[in-house]
Ligand binder design. Structure first.
Ligand code: GLC
Length: 505
C-alpha cells in the first residue's frame, strides 16, 4: 500500500514537473513570437550604452518596480492588444513543432481565422474592430493611482511603469495626435497626469510604457494575422480589422505616405509625454514603429537625440531602436542565470499569464519573492506587472498579494533594497546579496538544507536571523565558514540570514 502511494506520488510529481516545463517553454516561444511581430530588435543589439547621466544612475540599484498594464481591454477582462490577432493558437507553437499542416490548411480553407475556438469561451477572441469598441465603455470611475503608488512603496518598490499606449493604440492621455485617445472617448480626461503625480508623491521613479507599433493607426496597412502563422504558412491572406481577407493592396506610394504619417504621429506623441508631465525617469518602449527599418521615414520619427534633449537623465528601454540603456528580459523562463554586467531588468506578471486584468490565477507570494531575490542576486531589476480592473483599481486578490509582500519586505527588505550581487571572490551555497559589510543569505521554504557554506574575503563579525536578530553560532575551517541551520526557526516564506563582516572589503 505504502509503496503504491510512493509510486503514484512519484508519477504525479513527474507529470507536474513536466507540465511546468512545457508551460515555461510555451511561454518562452510566445514571447519570442510576440517580439518578432512587434519588431523588437533588442536581441540583435551589439551593446547597451548605459547612460552616464547622474540622474539616470538610480536604475542600477532600482531593485523592484511595479509595471501597470491597463487599457480599454479591461472592459472585457482580456489581455491588452493580443486578443485581436487571429491565429495565436497556431502561432504560439515553436516553428520546429508546427501544428500538422493539413490541420492548419483546413482552418485556413474554412476562412475562420480565429483558428482555435477554445479561446472564444473566455471571450478573449475577437476582431480588432470589436476590441476597439471597448473604448466606448471605458470609464474608470474608481481610478486613483495614489492607491497603486502607496501599495508599490509599501512593497519596497522604487519605480513604476505605466502603459501610456499599448499596441492597441489607445492613448491614455488626450493626445493632439491621432483620433484614438481619451480626447475622443473620455472628454479629454488625462489618465497619465494623476499617475505621474502619484509616483512623485510617493517618491517613486516615473516610468512610461509606449508601444512603437500602433495597430489602430496602422489598421489599413497591416495584417491581423499572428506573425508565427504568416511566417510558417505563406498562403495565408492579409487580414483586415474584421479578420476578413483583404481585397485590395496598397501601392508603394500609399505605403510611403503612411510611413511618414506614422513617424510624425509617434514623434508628436512621444514629445507630448516627455514635455507635458515634468521629469520622466524612464521611457519603456515596446517594439519599433510601423515603418520598415532603413526606410527614410525613420529620420522623421522620434530619435534618441531628441529624447535626450527633452529629458537628459531619462533611462530608455532598448526595444524601439534596438539599443538603449539596459538589457531587457521578459517572462518567468528568462530570469537571468548569471550576474549581469550591464544594467538589466526582468519583467513578469503577477498573474500566471497575461498582462491585463483577467480572471487568471495569480502567482504565489513565495514565487514572487524567489524571483525578486534571484534577480537581485544577479544585479537585475525586477519589474512585476499588475493589471487593474476596468474601474481602475487592483483586485482584492492582488491587494492581498501586495500586502503579504509588504509585510515580508518590512522585516526583510533591507536585504534587497540597494543591494548588489556578491563580490566576485565570494561564494555561498544559497542565493545571496550584499550591501556594505552585510551579506544576506536566502532560504527558500522548499530548501531544507541543514547548513550553509560560505567563503568571504573579510572576517565575519556575527551571523543572525534578520527577522528576529537571533544569533547563529558558526564554525570556520580553511577559509570556509559553516552556518548550521538546525536551531534556526523557519517560517512559511523565505528566511533571511544576515552575515555581518568586520570590514566591507
Ligand atoms: C510584450 C508584449 C506586450 C507586453 C510586453 C511587456 O512585448 O507584446 O503585450 O506589454 O511584452 O514586456
Amino acid at each position: 500500500m505504502h509503496r503504491k502511494i510512493v509510486f503514484f506520488s512519484f508519477l504525479l510529481s513527474f507529470f507536474v514537473v513536466n507540465a511546468q516545463k512545457n508551460d515555461s517553454k510555451k511561454d518562452e516561444d510566445r514571447v519570442k513570437m510576440e517580439h518578432a511581430q512587434i519588431g523588437i530588435m533588442e536581441d540583435a543589439a551589439s551593446g547597451y550604452k548605459q547612460s552616464t547621466h547622474p540622474s539616470a544612475q538610480w536604475f542600477a540599484g532600482a531593485g523592484f518596480g511595479m509595471f501597470i498594464h491597463w487599457s480599454i481591454s479591461s472592459i472585457r477582462e482580456i489581455d491588452l492588444s493580443w486578443p485581436m490577432m487571429a491565429g495565436t493558437q497556431i502561432g504560439w507553437r515553436p516553428s520546429n513543432n508546427k501544428m500538422d499542416s493539413a490541420e492548419v490548411r483546413k482552418i485556413i480553407q474554412s476562412g475562420d481565422y480565429f483558428m482555435g475556438h477554445a479561446c472564444k469561451k473566455d471571450n478573449s477572441c475577437l476582431t480588432p474592430n470589436e476590441y476597439w469598441e471597448q473604448s466606448k465603455y471605458f470609464q474608470p470611475t474608481k481610478y486613483n493611482p495614489e492607491e497603486w503608488a502607496r501599495a508599490a512603496k509599501a512593497a519596497g518598490m522604487t519605480y513604476m511603469v505605466f502603459t501610456a499606449r499599448h499596441h492597441d493604440g489607445f492613448a491614455m492621455w488626450p493626445s493632439k495626435y491621432g483620433d484614438f485617445s481619451t480626447k475622443n472617448y473620455m472628454s479629454g480626461k488625462d489618465l497619465v497626469k494623476p499617475y505621474v503625480e502619484a509616483c512623485r508623491k510617493y517618491g517613486l521613479k516615473v516610468g512610461l510604457y509606449y508601444s512603437g507599433p500602433d495597430w489602430h493607426f496602422n489598421r489599413e496597412f497591416q495584417s491581423f494575422m499572428y506573425y508565427g502563422v504568416s511566417r510558417d504558412y505563406k498562403n495565408v491572406p492579409s487580414l483586415d480589422a474584421n479578420l476578413q481577407a483583404r481585397k485590395t493592396v496598397k501601392t508603394d506610394a500609399e505605403k510611403q505616405a503612411h510611413y511618414y504619417r506614422v513617424a510624425e504621429y509617434i514623434k508628436g506623441q512621444v514629445e507630448e509625454l516627455l514635455t507635458n508631465y515634468g521629469k520622466i525617469d524612464m521611457i519603456w518602449f515596446d517594439g519599433g514603429p510601423d515603418i520598415p527599418r532603413g526606410n527614410i521615414a525613420w529620420d522623421k520619427c522620434i530619435s534618441m537625440k531628441r529624447i535626450h534633449e527633452l529629458q537628459p537623465g531619462i533611462v530608455v528601454s532598448p526595444r524601439f531602436f534596438g539599443y538603449g540603456d539596459y538589457k531587457t528580459y521578459e517572462g518567468d523562463a528568462k530570469l537571468p542565470t548569471d550576474i549581469q554586467k550591464q544594467w538589466a531588468e526582468l519583467c513578469v506578471t503577477i498573474a500566471k499569464s497575461g498582462w491585463g486584468y483577467t480572471k487568471h490565477p495569480l502567482k504565489t507570494v513565495e514565487t514572487v519573492l524567489k524571483q525578486l531575490i534571484l534577480c537581485r542576486s544577479r544585479n537585475t531589476n525586477y519589474l512585476l506587472n499588475f493589471g487593474p480592473t476596468k474601474e481602475g483599481i487592483f483586485s482584492e486578490k492582488m491587494n492581498q498579494k501586495l500586502d503579504s509582500i509588504a509585510a515580508w519586505m518590512k522585516i526583510n527588505g533591507q536585504s534587497l533594497v540597494n543591494c548588489r550581487a556578491l563580490n566576485p571572490d565570494e561564494t555561498v551555497s544559497v542565493p545571496a546579496t550584499s550591501k556594505n559589510n552585510h551579506r544576506y543569505l536566502f532560504l527558500f521554504s522548499d530548501n531544507k538544507v541543514s547548513e550553509i557554506q560560505m567563503k568571504t574575503t573579510s572576517e565575519i563579525k556575527q551571523v543572525t536571523m534578520l527577522a528576529n536578530k537571533k544569533k547563529i553560532i558558526i564554525t570556520s575551517k580553511a577559509g570556509i565558514t559553516t552556518i548550521p541551520l538546525t536551531t534556526v526557526q523557519r517560517t512559511a516564506l523565505v528566511d533571511v540570514i544576515d552575515v555581518e563582516l568586520k570590514s566591507s572589503k
